[in-house]
Structures are given as structure tokens and as C-alpha cells.
Design a protein around this ligand. Structure first.
Ligand code: PHE
Length: 518
């Protein structure tokens, strides 16, 4: 009798399906139980037989797996297609060169000491990534992910503020003021449908008065919180408070997406970045497991054997080689994996192809300026300017404050259907043209730049897995199940997709599962 039939039979015959499932050990641990992969102390059990684990990919998931398994005596080998470790955890500096899948090569022209993170570029403070930074000795600094002096700049259907650089501080202070005013009036007119006592209502109105900086008669008439046209100074200079925008103009500007992005629990300040570039994390792992990595090894076949796995790869000379092991941890991004011949079950193949299809088409550009005009002319230190132009975002660097030159992120689209598909020189031209609408200083101060489109970056072929509910529901469980002794691992098998933490937690989970068996 199949398990499902047994459970149904028990249930139909008056027994409890729950009890039957429990008896069969089919019920998961309570949802509140901490997964072995999550934060906190982590150490695998010593390997019983020194099993051999073949890891595909020397990105963070692969290197963290080798690092944890290596600590307790497993014999690991990492096959890496590229000449470098780190995968998407990558930093570009002057002299670096890369070629995309269309054969377009770019050489980075940045001055020495300047860099750009084309992949991951920020770390939330509660991510496991920082535990590894601590353990591996990677210094981190604040990444200013939010700055009240950043701008909102919209031009499409944006009303009277169209084409104006609206400071986040002004827009946010004003909208908070107006919303507080509206709500305070609604409370006083008993127009809200909430079970509040008279005392609650009084307190709520008091709260709103402070929250929105309302006048005693509960109007929002502007606030010093939004800044000044003339700043307070010495002598007879009390400052001139700036006038608020009209509520209607703010509504038409439409900046809820921009402001609320920064409310996401993983985007709120404080955010961090490694000092000197994101690849410091990759390099720290590489310093521990580099001797296990075989570079320029392109995986050609993934096979199950009666007791383990067999992998065929092309070595740096293009010759096929074969390695066998007890287990395989496969961290290859799914858009790449889907085309590699394997013994995966049809269900797993379908899951891989389906999730590969929903990878984010992220694109980014890094621009070098000979002068930090955003600091010198506009007093902007870090943060993100948002726009409805194709460039979507401009990031002001969080490193090198007050120095001479700097690298700004000139665009970042999560779903880059406009900029990325262009040739690199046109991407750059577009970033400059649209960016100079916001900062005319671009025209004089730009020196050089690079752009990239993750769907055309070899061995990645996409940004990150971004599940729809439907795809998650249909395929995620299957991706999490091993196929024979082959385990998929990476951000794509986590609920932290698009974050290094997803890759690192996945590595802990998969190595724990192998450890429980061997
Ligand atoms: N972690 C990436 C970033 O912060 C990608 C991402 C964006 C993930 C938005 C989730 C939400 O840019």
C-alpha cells in the first residue's frame, strides 16, 4: 500500500489522517522550529567516512559548502567554470575585462582604488552574511541605502512636479503632514470605523499632531523637517523655511513605490557593505577553500551512479574529464543548469526549467566621475535617487566620502528590458543622457563607465530567482529534494532569493542534510 493510500484509508475508516501521518513520520517539525541552516552557531558533525563531495560552482553557496564540510573532514572538490571565484559576488576594478554571451567585451577603465559591485551591493544587518564576515574577518562599513537628501524625479504623467528634482525629505515630510491632517480631521468627525474610545481618539490626534508636525488647529502648513530655502546660520540669519508642495502635486508625482522600497525589512537602514568591494567576501572564502577549486572547469554532464555521482567537465584545455564522488552539491544557476545534460528526474527537470524562466533580468551600470559633484554641489552623501526613466535608480557611493573622484551607480533595473538589451556603448549613452536630466554635472564630470546585463553574463545567465506564488507552490519543494545524491544549492533554493544570505543559508541546509546521512 502506498503511503497516501494508507493515510486515506485510515482517515476514511474513522481514524485520524493526522495520527497516521504522524505515525509514518510525515509531519514536518513545527513551523516555528529553527532550521539548521539559520543564524547562530553552526557546526557539522565530523564526517564518518571522509566522504567525497563534488561541488559545482565556486560562488558563495559552493565555497560556503566546501568551507563547512572541510571543517569536519569531508573531501571536497569545487568545479568552477570561470577563472575566478565568487560568482555573482563580484567587484570590478580598473583593468578588469569581461565578455558577455553576445561576444561584447568591456574593459574597466576606473582609476586605481575605485570599484563597482555589479552584483550584490548591500547587506541587511540581520543577514547571516555578516556572521560569515565576522568569522572570516571581512571588514564592513555602512552602506547608506536611504538618504533624505536623495531625489524623486518623475517625468511620465507626473503632474506639476514633473521633471523636478523633488527631495525625498520634502516629499516625505509633506505627505506625512497631509495624511496626518486628513486622518486627524476624520477622527474628530467620527469618520473612521475603528473601535476607539474617546481617550484613544484624543491620543491618536495628539500622535498625529506630532507625527505630521500639524498646527494647533490640525492643519499641515509646512515644517522645518523638509528643510530650508536659506539655512539657519550665524548672526541675523534664522533661515527661511521652504513651502510645502500641494497635496495634489505630490499625489500626481507618485513616489509611494520609491519610499516604500526603503521600508522593506531587508532594505531598511542600517545596511552594510564590505570595505573595499563585495568580492572581499568571496576572497575570504577563497582564502579558506581555494585549494579545493579547479578553475575553468565547465560542467558537461551530471550523472547518478549506484552509490554516488559522476560529473563530466571540460578542463581549461577543453578536454573532457570525469570525477566521481559520494555526493554532489550543485550551485549552478538554473538558467545555466537547465541546458546541462543530466540524469535528473523529469519532475526536477521541469522544476529547473520553470524556475529558470522567472529569473530577474537585472542590469546595472557603474560610472566614474572626476568630481564628486553630488557631495560638492548638492550635499548628498550616499542614498538612492529614484526616477521613472529607464535608468530607474542612481546610487551615490557610500565609500570615499570627500575624496576627489567616485563611482556612482548610473542605473539599476530589476527587470531591465530597456537598457540591458542595448550594446554596451548605447547603454552608457542612455545612462548619461537620462542621468544628466537629474545631474547636469554629468556632462562635464563623467570620465568612464561599464554596464552589464545579467542575462548575458556567462555562467550566470540571469540576476536571481524571483518566484511568483504559483511557481513557488508548484516547483519549490521539488528543487529542495535531492535527486539521488545530488542536492541543488544556492539563493534559488531559499526564501531569500536575490540575497547572498540565501546562498549561505542554503549551503548550511544542504551540508546539514548530507551530514545527517554521511
Ligand atoms: N538584494 C538585491 C538588492 O537589494 C536584489 C533584491 C532587490 C532582492 C529587491 C529583493 C528585493 O538589490
Amino acid at each position: 500500500m502506498k503511503r497516501r493510500d494508507f493515510i486515506t484509508t485510515v482517515a476514511v475508516s474513522g481514524g485520524s489522517a493526522y495520527a497516521a501521518m504522524k505515525a509514518l513520520g510525515l509531519l514536518e517539525k513545527p513551523a516555528t522550529a529553527q532550521s539548521p541552516s539559520q543564524r547562530g552557531s553552526f557546526r557539522l558533525q565530523p564526517s564518518k567516512r571522509g566522504n567525497r563531495v563534488i561541488i559545482l560552482g565556486a560562488g558563495l553557496a559552493g565555497m560556503a559548502s566546501a568551507y563547512e564540510l572541510g571543517k569536519v573532514g569531508y573531501d571536497c572538490i569545487i568545479l568552477e567554470a570561470r577563472e575566478r571565484a565568487g560568482g555573482r559576488c563580484w567587484t570590478l576594478r580598473g583593468g578588469d575585462q569581461f565578455t558577455d554571451t553576445l561576444g561584447q567585451t568591456q574593459t574597466v577603465q576606473f582609476d586605481s582604488g575605485l570599484y563597482f559591485n555589479p552584483g550584490p551591493a548591500r547587506i541587511p544587518q540581520e543577514h547571516i552574511t555578516l556572521d560569515y564576515c565576522r568569522e572570516l574577518g571581512v571588514a564592513v562599513e555602512v552602506k547608506a541605502n536611504v538618504n533624505r537628501r536623495e531625489y524623486y524625479y518623475n517625468i511620465q504623467n507626473a503632474g506639476p512636479l514633473s521633471g523636478q528634482k523633488v527631495r525625498a525629505r520634502e516629499a516625505i515630510t509633506d505627505i506625512r503632514g497631509y495624511i496626518s491632517e486628513l486622518l486627524a480631521k476624520a477622527v474628530n468627525q467620527n469618520a473612521i470605523n475603528a473601535p476607539l474610545t474617546t481617550e484613544d481618539k484624543e491620543k491618536l490626534v495628539e500622535f498625529l499632531r506630532t507625527y505630521g508636525d500639524l498646527s494647533p488647529d490640525l492643519f499641515y502648513k509646512g515644517s522645518s523637517r523638509r528643510g530650508f530655502t536659506n539655512y539657519p546660520s550665524a548672526g541675523l540669519q534664522p533661515g527661511t523655511q521652504s513651502d510645502p508642495y500641494d497635496l495634489s502635486a505630490l499625489i500626481q508625482l507618485g513616489f509611494a513605490d520609491y519610499e516604500s522600497f526603503e521600508w522593506d525589512w531587508q532594505q531598511q537602514m542600517t545596511m552594510l557593505q564590505p570595505v573595499g568591494g563585495m568580492d572581499q567576501i568571496a576572497k575570504a572564502f577563497e582564502s579558506r577553500v581555494g585549494n579545493r577549486i579547479v578553475f575553468q572547469s565547465e560542467v558537461k554532464e551530471i550523472r547518478k551512479t549506484p552509490n554516488g555521482v559522476s560529473i563530466v567537465y571540460a578542463d581549461s584545455s577543453g578536454t573532457n574529464q570525469q570525477v566521481t564522488g559520494d555526493y554532489c552539491i550543485c550551485t549552478i544557476p538554473l538558467p545555466v543548469l537547465k541546458s546541462i545534460p543530466s540524469d535528473f528526474s523529469p519532475e526536477l527537470n521541469e522544476a529547473i526549467a520553470s524556475v529558470a524562466a522567472i529569473y530577474v533580468r537585472a542590469g546595472k551600470g557603474g560610472l566614474q566621475f572626476k568630481r564628486r559633484f553630488w557631495e560638492e554641489d548638492e550635499d548628498i552623501f550616499g542614498g538612492i535617487t529614484w526616477t521613472d526613466q529607464d535608468i530607474a535608480q542612481i546610487w551615490y557611493p557610500s565609500e570615499g566620502y570627500l575624496s576627489k573622484k567616485g563611482i556612482m551607480l548610473g542605473y539599476y533595473q530589476f527587470d531591465d528590458t530597456k537598457v540591458g538589451p542595448l550594446p554596451p556603448n548605447q547603454r552608457l549613452a542612455l545612462a548619461l543622457e537620462q542621468g544628466s536630466n537629474i545631474h547636469p554635472q554629468y556632462r562635464n564630470d563623467f570620465e568612464n563607465g561599464i554596464t552589464l546585463y545579467w542575462p548575458t553574463i556567462p555562467y550566470s545567465l540571469g540576476g536571481w530567482a524571483e518566484y511568483t506564488d504559483d511557481v513557488r507552490q508548484r516547483y519549490y519543494a521539488r528543487l529542495n529534494e535531492p535527486d539521488g545524491n545530488i542536492y541543488l544549492c544556492g539563493e534559488h533554493v531559499s526564501y531569500l532569493t536575490g540575497w547572498m544570505a540565501g546562498a549561505l543559508e542554503s549551503a548550511r541546509l544542504v551540508t546539514s542534510r548530507i551530514n545527517a546521512l554521511a
